[in-house]
Design a protein around this ligand. Sequence first.
Ligand code: A2P
Length: 316
Amino acid sequence: MKTFTLNNGDRWKGIGLGTWKSKPGEVEKAVYEALKCGYRHIDCAFIYMNQKEIGNAFKKAFNEGIVKREELWVTSKLWNNSHKKEHVIPALKKTLNDLQLNYLDLYLIHWPIAFKNEFINATKPEHYVSLNEVPIAKTWEGMEDTKDLGLAKHIGVSNFSIKKLDALYQKAQKFKPEVNQIELHPFLQQQNLWDYCKSKNILVTAYSPLGSGDRSDYIKSENEPSLLQNKTILEIATKYNSTPGQILIAWHLNRGNLVIPKSTNTARIKENFNAKDIIIGQEDMETIKTLNQNFRYVKSKIFTIPGNGYTNIYDE
Ligand code: A2P
C-alpha cells in the first residue's frame, strides 16, 4: 500500500475507509471488518453522527488484538458550529470520547463555514456567522492548541480553495495546515488546487472518489454523470482485470494523493482495499486525465441560503 509521510516522519496509508453516510447501525461492523481486512486509516467526522459506533468497533478491534492504536490512523473533523477558538477543544474532546480514543492522528476544519454554536444544522440565514466574525485564522489557533495538548497529532482543513488555504497558510503562526481533504475524482481533478497543495507540502485526501451515489436527494442534481458506469473507466477496469471502483481508487494512489472510499458492504470494503496493488500505466493515466469536466457531486448550494453570506464556498 502506498503510504504518505508527514513532516515529522509519521506515515499514513493511502487508502482509508470513508464513513460519511454510513448508518450508525451499519458502521460498527463496517469499521471492524475493514480493520480485519487490513485497513489502517479510518476517516470520521462529528457531523456523520456515527462516531460512537465507530468507537465501539475500535475498542473491539483493540481488545481482540486485530490492531494496536499506534498502528491505526484516525481522522476526524471540527463541525461548523464549533469554529470559535474556545469551542475547538471541547468539540475535539467530545469526538475523542465518542471514538474512545485519547488522541486523533488528524483533526480537520470540516468547512470554511461557521454556524452559531447552538445550531448543528443551519437552516436559516440567522443560524450562520460570517468568517469576519469568526475568522478561520482564529479557529486555527484553537486547532494549534489541540496539537500542543497532544489531542491531535496533525491538523489540517477540508473543502478549502487555493484562496482560502493560502490565506490560512500565510497567517498560521505555529503550525501550517498539513492536509486538505477535498472532493476529487476523474470528473473533478482540481489540478490547480492539487498543484498548490503539493507546492506547500500539504497532503491531499480525496472524498467522494466513487461519486457518492448514496447521498441524500437534497445534495443530488438531475442528470449527474456516473463515474462507476463511465465507458472509459469500464474499459480500463477490464484491461486491468479489476472493477471500476478499484480503478477509481487506484487512480488516486497513482496520482499521488490519499483516498477514502466509503462502503458498509464487507465484499466491497475488501474490493476497495485491494485496489492498493493496481499500477495504472502512464498512457491510461493520461486517458483518465481527459475525463475531467469540473463536475462536483457536492455542490456549494448545500450551504447557500439567500442572506446567509456564503455564496461561493469553493471560490470558483
Ligand atoms: P456501499 O456502502 O453499499 O458499498 P463514495 O466513496 O464516493 O462516497 O461512494 C460511496 C458509495 O459507493 C456507496 O453507495 C457505496 O455503497 C458505493 N460503493 C462502495 N464501494 C463500491 C464499489 N467497489 N463498487 C461500487 N459501488 C461501491
